[in-house]
Ligand binder design. Structure first.
Ligand SMILES: [Zn+2]
Length: 326
């Protein structure tokens, strides 16, 4: 994995690769951005690129230096993350002691602090002093999901690098590259902008199962009997976790109904459930456009009602009846 393979954050990768190549790394960086957008991966890659013996200004991932950093036991690369709810002053002091020692492997030392916004006041003050007088060759990589809660005095001593939220296509491509089926990858990337969360979704059997229920239910909703209601009752009866998964279930339902609309409009290239085109084609014949639009509205309304603590089963049964009444 080299800098040019960070397709999810190309701007950040370019910037850091350039600074490294021109020997113009800052003493301290603040990587700011939402969860799951690659802050830690890029921090690790930067650390490897500083020490890698094979590639200048990049990381091979295979040399001893790269592998030790991957394994978390490189003598000149140190990590801190919150010990419980916060980062404590003792952790910062221990880090400073490490950083004051001569580098073992080269003239560089790197430290990474995750959730740097979660420092106690004492820890933050101690870090601030350290940032004011950085030892030569030491690079600080501070990571946060809440840049707005970082002390301005700390901010002013770091170069802030903003990590953009990931685009759905980027998440889809990444998951497919990891061996996840393209259909599920595409759906998951619409549900969350967090790569880790999307991966966990795809890897759980539950996710695929929920989508199958959505497909079954949208078929049953157009039958004139009570099968759709039985399906709902069955779900609540047989699966304890269905109640918690309900917002996800409703999101999947919205994506599915939208896809039927796309099929009707002949815009197959927009499909999210692209792996289910045959089933979508079939359902496009039994739903009308206005039923679909109204249905999506009702599902969104149900989602809001559940967020406001409506009884999940009653809310879902009501949704079924409302859709069937048209
Ligand atoms: Zn290497």
């Amino acid at each position: 994995m080299t800098w040019d393979s960070f397709t999810e954050q190309p701007r950040v990768a370019d910037l850091l690769a350039g600074s490294l190549r021109h020997d113009r790394l800052a003493h301290a960086y603040l990587f700011a951005g939402p969860k799951g957008v690659g802050k830690k991966r890029i921090a690790l890659h930067l650390a490897k690129a500083i020490f890698c013996v094979n590639l200048p200004a990049d990381a091979c991932g295979e040399c001893v230096q790269c592998r030790r950093i991957d394994a978390g036991n490189h003598p000149d690369v140190h990590y801190i993350s919150p010990d419980g709810a916060s980062i404590k002053i003792d952790q910062v002091r221990a880090l400073q002691k490490e950083m004051a020692m001569r580098a073992v492997e080269s003239s560089h030392k790197v430290y990474v602090i995750e959730h740097v916004d979660k420092m106690t006041v004492q820890a933050a003050n101690s870090l601030l002093k350290f940032l004011e007088e950085p030892p030569a060759g030491v690079v600080a990589l501070l990571l946060t999901e809440n840049a707005h809660s970082i002390l301005p005095t700390i901010l002013s001593r770091c170069q802030t690098i903003s990590f953009a939220p990931l685009q759905p296509e980027v998440i889809t491509q990444r998951l497919i590259a990891e061996g996840i089926a393209s259909g599920l990858a595409q759906v998951a990337s619409q549900i969350t902008a967090n790569l880790d969360e999307a991966r966990v979704l795809c890897q759980s059997d539950w996710f695929a199962q929920l989508r199958n229920v959505v497909i079954q239910l949208t078929q049953e909703l157009k039958q004139r009997n009570s099968q759709a209601l039985f399906t709902i009752q069955d779900l609540f009866l047989k699966h304890d976790r269905f109640k918690e998964a309900l917002p996800l279930f409703l999101d999947l339902l919205i994506l599915w109904l939208r896809d039927i609309l796309y099929v009707q409009a002949g815009r197959q290239q927009r499909l999210i459930n692209g792996d289910q085109q045959d089933v979508l084609q079939g359902q496009a014949l039994i739903w009308t456009k206005s039923e679909l639009l109204h249905g999506i509205e009702l599902v969104m309304d149900t989602r809001n009602r559940i967020e406001r603590n409506a009884n999940p089963q009653l809310a879902l049964e009501r949704l079924v009846l409302q859709i069937q009444e048209g």
